[in-house]
Write a protein that binds this ligand. Structure first.
Ligand code: AMP
Ligand code: GLY
Length: 416
C-alpha cells in the first residue's frame, strides 16, 4: 500500500517510523516532513492546510491512504476533500473535527452521548459570562475555539474567573466562552483509533505540559510523555472505551458526521470517576512518539481499516514495559523560541529513538533548530524509571545552544 503521512512534527515522524515497518507497505511519503522523516521516507512539499493541494499531491503519487497528523488540516477540510476524491484518509471530516475545534460543540456532544464530563454553561454574551463568573467561586473558564494552549484558565475565585472571561474575550477563539465546574484529580490521555463506529484503544499515557521539572513554569505543547500510564485498570479502560469513545462515535454518526481517525480524550480521574476534560480529533504530540514505541501491532491495517470504516475490533497488541519520551526544546521556548542553533550528537543514540520536529537542514547540510519543540528522545525499559534513565542518557548526548529538557518525565506513574 502507498501511504502519505501529512505533517512535519515528532508525531508524524513516529507514525512514519512505525508505518515503515509494515509488511503491506509499498511506498511511504511524508509531506512536508522534516530531516528526521527524510531518513525513512521522501519528503513532499505541500501546504498541509490546503485541501486541493493535498488531494493533487495524493493523486500524483497514487496514494492509497493518507494519515493526517495535526488538527489544522482536519479543521481546514483536508479529510473531506480526500474522501470526496475517493482517497482513504485516517482523520475526520471538518464537521467531526469540531469536537476539538469548539469546546461548546464538544460539550454538546458529550451531554447528548451521556459521556461523564464537567458541568458547564456556554455564553456568547461575555458581559453575562463575567457577571455569572464574578458571582461564583473557583471555576474553569474556557475559550470555545482553538487558542494554542492559551484558552483555558483555572480560576481560584469569582473575581479571577471574571477577569479571565475579559482576557479570553480579546481572542478570536474567546467570543464564546464556557464556565466549567472545576474538577480535581490526576490527568490521563486515552486515544482510540476509530472507524466511525468502532474504537481500538491505544495504551493510556500522560503528557507533561509545564516547561520545568515538578510541573512548574509556563504551559507548553508538551515536554514529554510516557506510556502506559497505569492509573486505571484494564477493566476501567474498557469502560472508557464503552462509555466515552463508543457513545461519542455514535452521537457523531447520528448527526451525519462519522468520526474516522484518532479520538483523543483528555481525562481527569476525579473522586467520582473519570471525566472528560477535552477531546482532540487527532493523536497527541508527544504522546504518539511513545505510543508508537509501545505498539507491537502492524499499524497500517488498523489505520487503513479505520479510514474505510472496517476497523477490526480487538485489543491492540503492545510491547511489555514502558516507553518514555523526552522533548528537547529550543532556547526561549515556549515564549520566544530561538532558531538556528546547530544540533550535534544526533548519530549516536544506542537503541533510543530520536524523533524530529522543529529541525531543518542549513545550506551546509547541518541539522539546526527551527522550532520550539525540536526533538523527542524515546526509550523503552522494563519500568518507567529504567525507560526514563535510558531516554535521559540518549538525550544528554544531543546538544545545541540553550537546549531545554525535563528530567522527571514519568514522575506521575504509580509506584510499581
Ligand atoms: P483542556 O484544554 O480543556 O484540556 O484544559 C487544559 C487544562 O486545564 C487541563 O489539562 C486541566 O489541567 C485543566 N482543566 C481543564 N478543565 C478543567 C476542569 N473542569 N477542572 C479542572 N481543571 C481543568
Ligand atoms: N500533547 C497534547 C496534545 O497533543 O494535545
Amino acid at each position: 500500500m502507498r501511504v502519505l503521512v501529512l505533517g512535519s512534527g515528532g508525531r508524524e515522524h513516529a507514525l512514519a517510523w512505525k508505518l515503515s515497518q509494515s509488511p503491506s507497505l509499498t511506498a511511504l511519503f511524508v509531506a512536508p516532513g522534516n530531516p528526521g522523516t527524510e531518513a525513512i521516507a521522501p519528503s513532499l512539499a505541500v501546504e498541509p492546510t490546503k485541501p486541493a493541494d493535498v488531494v493533487a499531491l495524493a493523486k500524483l503519487h497514487h496514494i492509497e491512504l493518507v494519515v493526517v497528523g495535526p488538527e489544522a488540516p482536519l479543521v481546514a477540510g483536508v479529510g473531506d476533500a480526500l474522501r470526496a476524491a475517493g482517497i482513504p484518509v485516517f482523520g475526520p471530516d471538518a464537521a467531526a473535527a469540531r469536537i476539538e475545534g469548539s469546546k461548546a460543540f464538544a460539550k454538546e456532544i458529550m451531554l447528548a452521548a451521556g459521556v461523564p464530563t464537567a458541568g458547564a454553561h456556554v455564553f456568547t454574551d461575555l458581559e453575562a459570562a463575567a457577571r455569572h463568573a464574578a458571582a461564583g467561586g473557583p471555576i474553569v473558564v474556557k475559550a470555545d475555539g482553538l487558542a494554542a494552549g492559551k484558552g483555558v484558565v483555572v480560576a481560584d475565585s469569582g473575581a479571577e474567573a471574571a477577569e479571565a472571561v475579559r482576557a479570553l474575550g480579546k481572542l478570536p477563539a474567546g467570543q464564546t466562552v464556557l464556565l466549567e465546574e472545576r474538577l480535581s484529580g490526576p490527568e490521563l490521555s486515552v486515544m482510540a483509533l476509530c472507524d466511525g463506529e468502532r474504537a481500538v484503544l491505544l495504551p493510556p499515557s500522560q503528557d507533561h505540559k509545564r516547561l520545568l521539572d515538578g510541573d512548574r513554569g509556563p504551559n507548553t505543547g508538551g515536554m514529554g510523555a510516557y506510556a502506559p500510564a497505569r492509573l486505571l485498570t484494564d477493566a476501567q479502560l474498557e469502560q472508557i472505551r464503552r462509555e466515552v469513545m463508543l457513545p461519542t462515535l455514535k452521537e457523531l454518526a447520528r448527526r451525519g458526521t462519522p468520526f474516522r481517525g484518532a479520538l483523543y480524550a483528555g481525562l481527569m480521574l476525579t473522586p467520582s470517576g473519570p471525566k472528560v476534560l477535552e477531546f482532540n480529533a487527532r493523536l497527541g504530540d508527544p504522546e504518539t512518539q511513545v505510543l508508537m514505541m509501545q505498539t507491537a501491532d502492524d499499524l497500517l491495517p488498523l489505520l487503513h481499516g479505520a479510514a474505510l470504516g472496517a476497523l477490526p475490533e480487538r485489543p491492540l497488541k503492545v510491547h511489555d514495559g514502558y516507553s518514555v519520551g523526552i522533548v528537547l526544546a529550543a532556547q526561549g521556548y515556549p515564549d520566544a523560541p530561538k532558531s538556528g542553533a546547530i544540533i550535534s550528537g544526533l548519530e549516536a543514540t544506542g537503541d533510543a529513538l530520536v524523533f524530529h520536529a522543529g529541525t531543518k537542514r542549513d545550506a551546509r547540510g547541518s541539522v539546526i533548530v527551527s522550532g520550539g519543540r525540536v526533538l523527542t528522545v524515546c526509550a523503552r525499559g522494563a519500568t518507567v524509571k529504567l525507560a526514563q534513565a535510558k531516554a535521559l542518557e540518549a538525550a544528554s548526548a544531543i546538544t545545541f545552544e540553550g537546549r531545554q529538557l525535563r528530567r522527571d518525565i514519568g514522575h506521575g506513574a504509580p509506584a510499581a
